[in-house]
Ligand binder design. Structure first.
Ligand code: CP
Length: 307
């Protein structure tokens, strides 16, 4: 597969053959059943810089675990202890980290497009770990893997994405990825949380969760991203949760053979009642485990190291 030395900035950097290759390789890695990876000494001559300018639990730790699994050295950059706090720009920061000679850079930033600009400034591959509202390609890949693991195909699958579509890089990358793989997508949210240009995405749009929840094979709730909303775009979280949250009644309405996903972090009581975590259809923790495996495969392909 020709991913070697390529930057992965969004799902559109991959074609469907490349996505299916990554899914199949992730499955093989999972079947090896080596939770912490392989020979730690094999690739210690290569290193990856993890550049998180915005908070993260799942993405940062799973890239770190993925790097451990491959025997890579990890250079962890923490924005709060960096010279960004003294006014250094993100681009000068990236150039300085590149000067330390890591072999790849993983970048998360609150500004849409920042990983793109960094990839134009430096010579090593950049993997986008989430930028602003824009893209989160590795989340889309791990979600696609979690869906494929359960259904083995995407054709004719009905995927329902619920919630804060307007501010969600996860929704944007998932829609691109799942449409490319052949799934049918419905987005469901209050009108204030669906951007006007969503009409052009080739998805169904609903504002009534109870009309669409029972048909879905995959129910994906998104976090309400209050930190990205310029003003409250729903009258109250209580009202949002009563209209768009997974309640006991809605849990009963979801198909018995469906799966329930959430990229995390979950606002308990807003997107989900806590019982969703205990429901056997919930794959929320499986998504996290799958994320480390998928990122191992991606890093190994981009960096040209064995797995
Ligand atoms: N899903 C996701 O990106 O979670 P984090 O923000 O914790 O990395």
């Amino acid at each position: 597969m020709a991913l070697s030395a390529r930057s992965i900035l969004d799902v559109s950097d991959l074609n469907s053959d490349e996505v299916f290759f990554l899914l199949k390789e992730t499955k093989k890695l999972k079947e090896q059943a080596k939770p912490h990876g392989v020979d730690f000494s094999q690739n210690l001559s290569k290193s990856v810089a993890l550049m998180f300018f915005e908070p993260s639990t799942r993405t940062r730790t799973s890239f770190e675990m993925a790097a451990f699994r491959l025997g890579l050295r990890v250079l962890n950059f923490s924005v709060n202890e960096s010279s960004v706090k003294k006014g250094e720009t993100v681009f000068d920061t990236a150039k300085n980290i590149e000067a330390l000679k890591p072999d790849a850079m993983v970048v998360r930033h609150g500004g849409s497009g920042i990983p793109y600009k960094i990839s134009q400034l430096i010579k090593i591959p950049v993997i986008n770990a989430g930028d602003g509202f824009h893209a989160h390609p590795t989340q889309a890949l791990l979600d696609a893997y979690t869906i494929w693991e359960r259904f083995n195909d995407f054709k004719n699958l009905e995927i329902l994405i619920i919630g804060d579509i307007a501010h969600s890089r996860v929704a944007r990358s998932n829609i691109k990825c799942l449409k490319m793989l052949g799934a049918k997508i419905t987005i469901c949210a209050p009108p204030t949380l669906i951007p006007p240009f969503a009409q052009a995405w080739g998805v169904k749009i609903s504002h009534n969760l109870d009309e669409v929840i029972a048909q879905a094979n995959v129910v994906m709730s998104l976090r309400m991203q209050l930190e990205r909303q310029s003003s409250y775009q729903v009258p109250s979280l209580k009202e949002y949760s009563s209209l768009f949250g997974i309640t006991f009644e809605r849990l009963k309405a979801i198909r018995k053979d469906a799966i329930i996903l959430h990229p995390g972090p979950v606002n308990r009581g807003v997107e989900f009642i806590s019982a969703v975590f205990r429901d056997e259809r919930s794959k929320v923790m499986e998504q996290v485990s799958n994320g480390a495996l998928m990122r191992s495969v991606l890093l190994s392909e981009v960096m040209g190291v064995p797995r």
